[in-house]
Design a protein around this ligand. Structure first.
Ligand code: NAD
Ligand code: UDP
Length: 314
């Protein structure tokens, strides 16, 4: 049995990862400060003897004996990470330093949840791992983008200097149950609006693109990356290469949720990337991984989840 620390374990992705790794027979320490995560996401795991929930902030040191660390702690929605930009960059940078220190002391493997945002508003399409990106260092998204880039740098420096066994994944837009209804990201916004027959708010003209990956596929890739025996440390893109415009995405959600919602257009936030699509050749080759869940199947499960939440609150 491995003891696995998951920072940000009560968040959207962290809760799915906690559930899966627990089911696979591991002991889980789920560490979270509950900024965007919630006990509701992991409530069903709390009674399990092999699951431990710790309220802690990764910007502070944390001591435990662990075999593996998945470092996910960081708000992921632009609305939330811009709410307290200084805290966001501290979470990425100090969080990485603290978790790398822990990994070094315990000789634990550590996987960093990085992001497609390290490519910024990309001039290379689709994005490959050897592209260094087009990131604004002083904009409203920089606290997140540059924090995550610095965390990648720290991973590589601890790897080269201290031989820490690191893994870096770059996650592209991921969706599924346990997203927070109010977190402001496009999938949760559109589904919640559609289910309530409210206007669907498209920022800009909707021509910007994203590529959406269902959370179960992502979790498969994360675990494959942590467990790969070939010494492959990444960075590796994990995401679904099926790209669509935000306008088409809105129409698809209206259709799948049988909604009467109308589409309305709102100002585009600054530095909003115009195109995003992962090149996943490396993940296929090194991890034998690619997403399996079709967008309609994934969205129907997510719509069902939000429908349940909305009805429960009535
Ligand atoms: P989320 O906001 O649901 O989860 C983040 C979790 O981290 C929350 O539970 C939050 O309370 C916790 N947290 C935040 N700051 C913390 C701190 N200082 N100390 C301890 N815990 C803290 O977001 P998510 O979508 O589950 O994202 C998880 C990770 O994956 C993040 O690192 C994010 O950057 C990365 N990621 C996600 C996506 C995506 O599409 N979901 C894309 C790229 C990268
Ligand atoms: N978006 C939108 N309406 C919303 C929320 C988001 O049109 O209600 C757009 C946003 O401007 C971006 C895309 O959807 O172009 C994805 O936004 P999200 O916040 O989910 O994540 P990002 O990929 O930008 O980090």
């Amino acid at each position: 049995m491995k003891r696995i620390l998951i920072t940000g374990g009560a968040g959207f992705i962290g809760s799915h990862l906690s559930e899966r790794l627990l089911a696979e027979g591991n002991e889980i320490i789920c560490l979270d400060n509950f900024f965007t995560g919630s006990k509701n996401n992991i409530r069903h795991l709390i009674s399990n003897d092999h699951f431990e929930l710790v309220r802690h902030d990764v910007t502070k040191e944390y001591y435990a004996e662990v075999d593996e660390i998945y470092n996910l702690a960081c708000p992921a929605s632009p609305v939330h990470y811009q709410y307290n930009a200084i805290k966001t960059i501290k979470t990425s940078v100090l969080g990485a330093v603290n978790m790398l220190g822990l990994a070094k002391r315990c000789k634990a493997k550590i996987l960093q949840a990085s992001t497609s945002e390290v490519y910024g508003d990309p001039t290379v399409h689709p994005q490959r791992e050897d592209y260094w990106g087009n990131v604004n260092p002083i904009g409203i998204r920089s606290c997140y983008d540059e924090g995550k880039r610095c965390a990648e740098t720290l991973m590589m420096d601890y790897y080269r200097q201290n031989k820490v066994d690191v893994r870096i994944i770059r996650i592209f837009n991921t969706y599924g149950p346990n997203m927070d209804a109010n977190d402001g990201r496009v999938v949760s916004n559109f589904i919640v609006q559609a289910l309530q027959n409210q206007d669907i708010t498209i920022y800009g003209d909707g021509s910007q693109t994203r590529s959406f990956c269902y959370v179960d596929d992502l979790v498969d890739g994360m675990i494959k990356m942590m467990n790969n025996k070939a010494g492959f440390i990444g960075p590796v893109n994990l995401g679904n290469p099926s790209e669509r415009t935000i306008l088409d995405f809105a129409k698809l959600i209206i259709e799948l949720s049988n909604s009467n919602s109308k589409i309305v257009f709102r100002p585009l936030p600054k530095d909003d990337p115009t195109r995003r699509k992962p090149d996943i050749t490396l993940a296929k080759e090194k991890l034998d991984w690619e997403p399996k869940i079709d967008i309609k199947e994934g969205l129907l499960k997510t719509i069902e989840y939000f429908d349940g939440k909305i009805n429960a609150n009535k």
